[in-house]
Design a protein around this ligand. Structure first.
Ligand SMILES: [Zn+2]
Ligand SMILES: [Zn+2]
Length: 191
């Protein structure tokens, strides 16, 4: 297993690394929620979605992620006022990933931003979540082994332990408890 993966935006201005860690410090999941889809569609980056509208997300603790260039291009938006923080680059409108907020030790990087082949390096998805928002029925073998409930329960448990272990900091998307770029809300834009 590689120790680090690289991620970057489409134009290459923004680059970074993510430590793979042991299996306990990562989770690869396919998310079909409408919020993920709205984010990617807003950026015009539909190539990040699979044929069923799913976003392939590589979840790690915040301290595993580091930017190596172009951090000034990293911007934040929310699909709804109370939505999670969604990160993209203003140089080429590439989606990078998601965070819940400064208090949570979680970063979910979108597969399309990761340079290496996740299938080869970290293996297949653990399962799928929010399948009801898929744009067509998802075949069982595409969904992966774990149920939505199992994935959520496991991730909440991991997050509590990651936090206890101090894995929430440093978090490259926050500085002094504030997002490095003020989150813009898509819902506001429509008003
Ligand atoms: Zn770029
Ligand atoms: Zn989602």
């Amino acid at each position: 297993m590689a120790e680090f993966l690289n991620f970057q935006c489409d134009c290459g201005s923004v680059t970074g690394t993510v430590a793979c860690g042991s299996a306990f410090f990562r989770n690869r999941v396919m998310c079909y929620c409408d919020d993920c889809q709205a984010f990617v569609n807003h950026l015009g980056h539909e190539q990040s979605l699979n044929a069923f509208g799913g976003t392939d997300v590589f979840q790690v603790s915040a301290s595993q992620v580091t930017f190596t260039s172009g951090k000034e291009h990293v911007k934040c938006l929310k699909v709804t006022p109370k939505g999670v923080h969604r990160w993209y680059t203003d140089c080429c409108k590439a989606p990078l990933g998601n965070t819940i907020g400064a208090a949570w030790p979680l970063v979910g990087l979108i597969r399309s931003s990761i340079v290496q082949d996740l299938d080869k390096v970290v293996g297949p998805i653990s399962g799928s979540v929010f399948c009801k928002y898929a744009n067509q029925p998802i075949p069982h073998d595409i969904k992966g082994p774990s149920s939505h409930k199992r994935i959520v329960v496991t991730m909440v448990m991991k997050l509590m332990i990651w936090r206890l272990l101090g894995k929430g900091s440093p978090n490259p998307f926050y500085s002094a408890g504030k997002a490095i770029s003020k989150p813009q809300c898509l819902a506001d834009e429509k008003d």
